[in-house]
Design a protein around this ligand. Structure first.
Ligand SMILES: NC(=O)c1ccc[n+]([C@@H]2O[C@H](COP(=O)([O-])OP(=O)(O)OC[C@H]3O[C@@H](n4cnc5c(N)ncnc54)[C@H](OP(=O)(O)O)[C@@H]3O)[C@@H](O)[C@H]2O)c1
Length: 230
């Protein structure tokens, strides 16, 4: 579990929360340097200290969202949908020329088991509109429950990766694989609507079956993630 300086630095904005902290944990274990982003410096530093202690490494720092985004090569957004637009507007300048991985699901409480997509088509398309064409928004991990992430076992759920630009999607597929999951290049950003919508179905299935971490698996094909990396 040592830092690999050839790997990009990842900022996880909202990384003090359930999903972001879990993803950060997985990337730190894989040797990435991670910056936890938060609205408050204190909270970011606390989350970073926790992760360093759990992983017995010093690979995690904590900063406010904007400075975390400035310093990182790849930015991962894990905030509630209600905070999506505001957070993106705040970091817009810092993510130009970079990849923003959008994990946000446009849930509309209290009816989170009902698909309610925004006018732009998906949260990812909204993000792309806000950030402009000089940033690559790639949507991923929306169907991965945080319940899996602090478990060290490989996760038996697949990650569909959609977004702007094949090479950006392939870079995110590497992050998926390094986090211990199987990823699929699922095409253009318009396809993110299907993946984001699927989360409401999974939450419904969780409730019906009294479980917390239903996910999806693609069958009948072989993922080319390993091949992409070579
Ligand atoms: N939880 C899951 O299992 C799961 C699975 C797949 C996708 N997702 C998606 O991932 C995103 C994060 O989910 P989560 O469960 O991790 O959420 P969360 O724990 O409720 O919140 C994550 C972080 O977002 C920041 N935040 C909360 N409210 C905010 C506000 N009003 N304005 C700005 N920032 C705010 C907070 O960070 P600071 O206070 O430090 O700024 C918080 O720690 C959501 O879009 C969710 O739909 C979650």
């Amino acid at each position: 579990m040592t830092e690999n300086s050839t790997l990009p630095t990842i900022a996880v904005l909202g990384g003090t929360g359930k999903e972001g902290k879990g993803l950060a944990y997985r990337w730190v274990k894989a040797g990435y340097r991670v910056i936890i982003g938060s609205r408050t410096q204190d909270k970011a530093e606390r989350a970073a200290r926790d992760l360093n202690a759990i992983c017995a490494k010093e690979l995690v720092g904590g900063q406010k969202n904007l400075s975390a985004a400035k310093e990182a090569d790849i930015i991962v957004l894990t905030v509630p949908y209600s905070a999506h637009k505001l957070t993106l507007e705040e970091i817009k300048d810092a993510v130009q020329g970079k990849i923003l991985v959008d994990v946000t699901v446009p849930l509309v409480p209290p009816k989170v088991t009902k698909v309610q997509m925004p006018q732009a088509g998906s949260a990812a398309q909204e993000a792309q509109k806000i950030l402009g064409e000089n940033a690559n928004v790639v949507a991923a991990f929306q169907n991965i429950s945080h319940e899996h992430l602090f478990d060290d076992a490989p996760i038996n759920c697949d990650v569909l990766v959609t977004g702007k630009g094949k090479s950006a999607r392939l870079k995110v597929l590497n992050l998926v694989e390094d986090a211990g999951m199987k990823g699929w290049d699922a095409g253009v950003i318009e396809n993110a609507a299907v993946v984001e919508g699927m989360t409401s179905l999974l939450i419904y299935i969780n409730k019906q079956n009294i479980v917390k971490s239903a996910g999806i698996k693609i069958t009948g094909a072989e993922s080319k993630t390993q091949e992409y990396r070579n």
